[in-house]
Design a protein around this ligand. Sequence first.
Ligand code: LLP
Length: 391
Amino acid sequence: MFSDKDRAHFSKLETPFYYYDLNLLKSTLEACHKAASAYKFHVHYAMKANFNPIVLKEIEKIGFGADCVSGNEVKKAIEIGFAKNKVVFAGVGKSDKEINDALDNDIFCFNVESVQELSVINELAEKKQKIAKVAIRINPNVDAHTHANITTGLDENKFGVNSWDMPACADVLNISANLEFIGVHFHIGSQITNMEVYKNLCIRVNEFATWFEDHGFKVTVLNVGGGLGIDYHKPDQQIPDFETYFKIFADFLEVKPYQEVHFELGRALVGQSASLISRVLYVKNGKKKNFIILDAGMTELMRPALYQAYHQIENISKPLSVDSSQTSNPVKYDVVGPICESTDCFGKEVQLPETFRNDLIAIRSTGAYGEVMASHYNLRETVQVVSSEDI
Ligand code: LLP
């Protein structure tokens, strides 16, 4: 929901741009921090969801760690001020350079995704005479019941070590003097809204942690990853239910007194805090279809083209007093971008008030995997950013 003041301000700006609502971001972070603290859970922010420094600084301030999936993310997290001993590093394809840099930075933990990677980290750590802390990322074969393209915890996915490779992992750990095993790591997918899925995950976490302990390894870290979804249909009902989410883990994980529970939340922390604001370039009224052509496209927001993702679309040129849903003449439009691809479409048959050239359109809930997945395809400009503090 944008105030008349926001709308008036937006109308003076060049489009397209991402608008970040830092007050909402702060409230979301506080809600998560409070809910996690009740159980002494540790939260690492999954930087891949949004690495804009204005977002990262707020997250660092609240005291969360950073979950990184590339050497550059590790570097950026440390530059922003995240404590090195709260940085975790996952990824199926860590290069030698990335591993070496992370070793130099003495990060908290490598989330290791294959038996071979364990040996490589051991070798590189040995050369530096360091001990690398490692958690084994296990593929638990739990269905996340989310979009196939963002499911990561099934046997057919490339992520993590499969259950049948556990003995091989244990063998490598036993002979690797430069590795310190600290625990187990999981991440089964993203935009998970079915809480049953997390119960199933807890059962598998308990099984794997027990397996390691039975084989002589002390498991101090249970890292259950991220994945908590947001409601893309209710962008104004903005703060996810962190309490229910954490309670599931508190209820179903078997946590020993010496064990810590870690999370890697991305989308749930930042998703509702941004909108992509765009201007209507053209309106084409056809016999079968009406099109609104925006100045933002899949180059600014890739999710609809890549995952058929839904984002609420609103015409915000009308003042608040003229509520769009109450307008007398709604029209159905396909809302598309200017890119030379048919998949460059933000929504089909979207009901909006009658819309005109130069109207402003807000594409909501774009704080996660929005700006960071933008591209320069068609030699497009870098997308601009505006924050609530600029207004
Ligand atoms: N941990 C690991 C190891 C991950 O791979 C991810 C996300 C997360 C944590 C954070 O997941 P979240 O809490 O944000 O669901 N681009 C896609 C989402 C890809 C997620 C990749 N991994 C999208 O736009 O939906």
